[in-house]
Write a protein that binds this ligand. Sequence first.
Ligand code: BYC
Length: 330
Amino acid sequence: MYAQMVRSDAASVRSIEEMEPRERAFQQRIDEGQKIEPKDWMPEGYRRTLIRQISQHAHSEIVGQLPEGNWITRAPTLERKAILLAKVQDEAGHGLYLYCAAETLGISRDEMYDQLHSGRAKYSSIFNYPTLSWADIGCIGWLVDGAAIMNQVPLQRCSYGPYARAMVRICKEESFHQRQGYDILVTMCRKGSDQQRAMVQNALDRWWWPSLMMFGPPDTDSVHSAQSMAWKIKQNSNDELRQKFVDETVPQAKYLGLVIPDPELAWNEERGAHDFGEPDWNEFLAVLNGNGPCNRERLGARRAAWADGAWYREGLMAHAHKRVAGVAAE
Ligand code: BYC
């Protein structure tokens, strides 16, 4: 079904011979591994692709605070609460670095917020699922941040300098996020009661497939991959990263004594990798189209936060105008 809705762009990636001289020189810089900086000439498509991806990434970090924020007041100990609070604050910081990186491409923050609030911009599908128990917080750290690291480590080598540099810091913090999630699950699975282990298994059953969807549609249906890889915005395809994530996660699940909810999951000796089942791409598409379990709630929360903050933004602007007027009068 997904394939009926999108068009892979592999055929539209132009060869170096087909490019105008300016674009050819740009592509050669990319091929040589040079970084592109904000003031450099860049093809309009490169600029637009980066704005799309970086702003969606920023929105994901900001919306991503909501499912976990839901558990700050209910964390089981003071220590867990302090750790979760720090993690959620980190996500806000990631959003801010990324909005700054996108601004260097000539889009304002207000425009990006408007795209999010009006539903025109996407954010990661994963944040449209509910956090029903404390084990979900462990699973988000383990799986969601784990998938994010898998996707984001190569982005540190992205051809666009400001995005690549933002990712260096983000990745360091993501490792802590992943560890805090896994630590919650180690405690529940290895030191906890049968009931706690069952709670973790239930959370894994719900988060496994949505985590695999974080990597995007299958390569055959990925609209942007071919061009983004030619521009070295993406270094790996969606399926490559999904495979790496499965291979890395399976032993971790075993250590926790959990069963990954995929009857097709099996080690393939020949490939040296796991075979695994196909996520439900119809569900993915429904979530992207605004019909996941929490889409309306998430967007509603962001819109309400924006509206509630209006008085504060107005106050800051009034203060800034007064200062400018004061300086001008001196
Ligand atoms: N969810 O051609 P494709 C985090 C869209 S935050 C929603 O393969 P591309 C965290 C895609 O945008 C993690 N939409 O696209 C935060 C495109 O639609 P448009 C966020 C998705 O860009 C807080 C269409 O499907 N990470 O870790 O080549 C707490 C076709 O896809 C998704 C990033 O944003 C999805 N899962 O590849 C905890 C990383 N997948 O734009 C954790 C940066 C695909 O044409 N982004 N779509 O309307 C990327 O690496 C790439 O954009 C993707 C997609 C791999 C996600």
